[in-house]
Design a protein. Structure first.
Length: 141
């Protein structure tokens, strides 16, 4: 008796990709605002990350890039090119939604294995600290 295997592939819907892009962009705007308003986040960005630094937040095909300019982040335009030094990939929808909507810190989802990072770990640690500063600013409002 032979076992038959059947591969099922799920296609991600366009609505899910649009929602993912909107959530990632919301998180990126919060990070930009945090580096502008928080002295600790700006200092961490300036002193501990290299001169040319680009981080990418990804879920499926949706992605948002952040590029470092002195002590601030800005959202990179689609027409600009740069090499990614750090790539953060959300493995499931719940992890992306919880982090982007400030329900759970980035460090906790990383410890649970719900996100993956591609790049040097010390740069991820700095990025996580900037995320923590962003969460503090969001909590103050």
């Amino acid at each position: 008796m032979e076992l038959e295997t059947k591969t099922i592939t799920k296609k991600r819907s366009l609505a899910l990709q649009v929602l993912a892009y909107a959530l990632l962009r919301k998180r990126a705007r919060l990070l930009v605002r945090a580096t502008k308003q928080s002295k600790a986040a700006g200092d961490a960005l300036l002193c501990e990350l290299p001169g040319v630094f680009c981080a990418e937040l990804c879920f499926g095909k949706a992605s948002v890039r952040l590029i470092k300019e002195a002590d601030r982040f800005r959202i990179q335009k689609k027409s600009e090119k740069s090499a990614n030094i750090l790539k953060i990939i959300f493995k499931d929808r719940a992890a992306m939604a919880e982090v982007c909507l400030n329900k759970v810190p980035l460090q906790k989802t990383f410890c649970e294995g719900r996100i993956a990072e591609i790049g040097p770990f010390n740069r991820f640690a700095v990025f996580a600290r900037i995320n923590a500063e962003a969460d503090k600013l969001k909590a103050q409002k």
